[in-house]
Design a protein around this ligand. Sequence first.
Ligand code: NCD
Length: 312
Amino acid sequence: MRELRHLIEPEDFTLAELEEVVDYGLDMFENPAKYSDACKGKILASLFFEPSTRTKFSFDAAMLRLGGGLIGFADANTSSTKKGESLGDTIKVMGYYSDIVVMRHPKEGAPKLASKYSSVPIINGGDGGHQHPTQTLTDLITIKKFKGQIEGHTVAFCGDLKYGRTVHSLIRTLARFNTKKFILISPEELALPNALKRQLKENFDLEIKEVRYIEEVIEEIDVLYMTRIQKERFFNEEDYLRLKNSYILDNDKITLAKKDMIIMHPLPRVNEISPEVDDDDRAVYFEQSQLGVYVRMALICKLLEVGPYVRG
Ligand code: NCD
């Protein structure tokens, strides 16, 4: 019998497994035709209880490019959740209708709970301010493609490090991949949670530098990871309005940056990167969202043990 695996947080996979998914993703990007039937006859269900553009549609595109089919909802108001159905019941039934489920939920821990009821693999497409492991895979494939390797870079995170789940998942994973230095750029109110900082310091041999402004550190950075201020997670509108334009990266601010620095962003962007930066060779955020399709193809194959993951 196939072992049932889920991806709820990046720690569910070993480093070797993460890197293998990235490498198959790169091969799928180069040679998509090789994999066009890998998921023939399989169905992906996507259950999105929170808004999404990239995560939802990149999973759809990934499954279609693998020859599979799709069911699901992008608005929980159109599902029986609206009638009061529990998550457990919804998930049990989705296991009869599909082979693999991706879900996004505003409550931290909801995908973990879902995995307890599920007879098929569950992929966490983002749970509240907690984790976003498939964005981490997207970020890893981008770093590997543009910087040649995942390990050893000076990585700066800028913006909402408090609520940004993409940051929480990626920083833990890059620490496991032997990153030696993180630079955290944020207003004090949006700093990386202390518990996470402590966990990184206690478990890994790495340096963490915290600053308020990008200009203070721009020359040191290999990978600059910009993030959106997470409006929907603020408790009051005033705080959001005060902090929303904390960072606006423009051509002026990157004049002193390394020529081979890369600028990433999980998207959507609001104001934090001025559109003039899009034309700079160092801006890779649109390529990043494209690569997200291919790394998700590799992930689906892994969890379903199809394509390159067929057992001999
Ligand atoms: C991110 C998310 O949903 O956390 N978006 C995404 O999946 N690419 C980032 C964000 O919403 O700011």
